[in-house]
Design a protein around this ligand. Structure first.
Ligand code: NAP
Length: 524
């Protein structure tokens, strides 16, 4: 069987033993195997002592040019990468494009951000200098410089391209070298992307390393100038945040974790309106894209009681059409593929069972065995599932749909009375989410809801009839927009344009005379 290797310390390393077999989750065909890599302390040392100096010797703009070249290389290999995502990720072609184009988009986005930064290797100036106190000749000027450590990136299985490349783009833009560990089950795509990026020849030595298989003792070697950026489950996130060495070094940590994203449908939305159609379209996309394995997928649909019947019927119609075309994603006719692994299928079924104490099942059979293009019982499929709670259960903060993220094609209808107060308390019961959406034309409802919901959310999408035609489903993340949410979602922040660089930079206050500061930061 094909064996895929880590790239550590400047060499490809096959690793010891047989740690895992990567499969096609639609057919269970074995695709590749990985072993366990060693020398992780040395890899981090190489990043800090070779990769960091190499990157910091480049100007902000030169690092942006590298990202631009990588974007072009990956774009050139797009069809090959899509085929890998279909085979190892269970992605439909559309799902695969979402991941791969997203990755290319972040590279291109940060190439363009860095093109607007100085053509120097010096500080980034952060705002204007201010007098230390009224009448003082001394001023304070904040500046940002690349940290001297390495960036350790640990990614989730669901976005092997966007997850890895998105984090990498921001770190390299900032001038910090990366050791990237993709999730094992879908690592084939991350590995091939790494190969293409390294073959491009534009990455300075030490700027990027790939660790396949388990993280091993990687975190035992974390240093004080290192940063750790993690995406995955809340449980693993808590382990990483609480890791003895991470705590002891005060290494910077960013956690992107679970999320019970919600959409709020305003009381003014009428059946048959363009806005109603947008709600239905978005809910169905979020439920079925990547078979619901998206951190930003809508899990809770808040619908005014009066609209419940119409919305339920409209969503069910669409889901049944997709259920009939759920199967092997290698066939372009199929509209939804399998979950990524047997473990994900098992977890999703257990999650649906956990939610059943407080919901009824509107449509979908979690135990269905027959899917298009594969033999009965083969593959890790689950058809789209819509659940429904009562209005009383929706208001119960202890109800499982507010706490248990079922990472599959599953969402719950939550009827509510149409008030901002009820919507805010239901959304807040999720204890912090990546994204929420308000669908309403009533400007006052939207204004009040945006204030009431914001503390629970990392991003709030405002959708109305006026922008319905241009609207994008809430699960889309853009390089210019901050990605991350409070509380359960990890309280992290990634991307967000220039702000995203700050995780990798040290903010220092330069304190001195006005003329000297202006000379130093080039604003005289
Ligand atoms: P996971 O099981 O927590 O794994 C995430 C990553 O952590 C994998 O690379 C995994 O490696 C690694 N890992 C596991 N144990 C570790 C340890 N003790 N030390 C260091 N690394 C360790 O999560 P997942 O199942 O891949 O991803 C699904 C979850 O990710 C969902 O809950 C989803 O909501 C969340 N997610 C969040 C975002 C976001 O941006 N907020 C985005 C995508 C996904 P192995 O694969 O080798 O075990």
């Amino acid at each position: 069987m094909k064996r895929i290797s880590s790239y550590l310390g400047g060499a490809w390393q096959a690793g010891e033993g047989h740690t895992a077999t990567l499969v096609n989750p639609a057919t269970t065909e074995a695709l590749a195997e990985v072993g366990t890599a060693g020398g992780l302390g040395e890899a981090l040392h190489w990043a800090r002592t070779v990769g960091g100096p190499n990157l910091r010797a480049l100007t902000w703009q030169q690092r942006g040019e590298i990202l631009g070249t990588l974007a072009k290389r990956l774009h050139g290999a797009r069809e090959e990468l899509i085929a890998i995502a279909v085979a190892n990720g269970g992605n439909t072609r559309g799902d695969a494009k979402f991941d791969i184009d997203g990755a290319i988009g972040v590279l291109a986005g940060y190439a363009s951000i860095n093109a607007s930064l100085p053509a120097t290797t010096g500080h980034l100036v952060d705002g204007e200098s201010v007098p230390l106190h009224k009448g003082s000749k001394l001023r304070a000027q904040h500046v940002l410089t690349p940290r001297l450590g390495a960036a350790i990136h640990v990614n989730a299985f669901n976005f092997p391209a966007w997850g890895m490349v998105g984090k990498l783009a921001v770190a390299l833009a900032a001038g910090v070298p990366v050791v990237s560990k993709p999730a094992t089950s879908t690592a084939l795509l991350a590995w091939r992307i790494a190969e293409i990026m390294l073959e491009s020849g534009v990455l300075p030595a030490g700027a990027f390393q790939l660790l396949l298989g388990p993280a091993g003792d990687l975190l035992d070697h974390v240093g004080r100038q290192d940063v750790v950026a993690f995406t995955g489950s809340a449980d693993t996130g808590a382990l990483i945040r609480g890791h003895r060495r991470v705590v002891a070094t005060n290494a910077r940590v960013n956690i992107e974790a679970d999320s019970l994203n919600a959409v709020v449908i305003g009381p003014d939305v009428q059946p048959g309106s363009e806005l109603f159609d947008l709600v239905v379209k978005d809910c169905v996309i979020e439920l079925t894209q990547k078979a619901g394995q998206k951190c930003t997928a809508t899990r809770r649909i808040l619908v005014p009681t009066a609209l419940l019947g119409d919305l339920r019927d409209a969503i069910v119609d669409r889901l049944q059409a997709i259920a009939a075309k759920t199967g092997d994603p290698a066939n372009d006719e199929n509209r939804m593929g399998p979950l990524s692994s047997a473990a994900q299928q098992r977890d999703a079924r257990a999650g649906i069972l956990a939610l059943s104490s407080h919901t009824s099942r509107v449509v979908g059979d979690p135990e269905r065995k027959t899917f298009a293009g594969v033999a009965d019982g083969v593959g890790y499929f689950i058809e789209p599932i819509l659940l429904e709670a009562t209005a009383a259960a929706a208001l119960d903060p202890a109800a499982p749909f507010h706490h248990h993220e079922v990472f599959g094609p599953v969402a719950t209808l939550l009827p509510y009375d149409g008030s901002v107060e009820a919507a805010a308390s239901i959304v807040a019961a999720g204890q912090g989410s990546l994204v929420g959406t308000v669908y309403a034309d009533d400007r006052e409802f939207t204004a009040r809801a945006s204030v009431a919901l914001a503390p629970s959310l990392g991003r709030l999408v405002l959708a109305s009839e006026k922008i319905a035609a241009a609207s994008l489903a809430p699960g889309c993340v853009f390089p210019v927009a901050n990605h991350g949410g409070p509380g359960r979602a990890g309280d992290g922040g990634e991307l967000g344009g220039k702000t995203g660089l700050e995780f990798y930079l040290q903010r220092t206050t330069l304190q001195g005379g006005a003329a000297e500061l202006a000379r130093l930061v080039g604003t005289e």
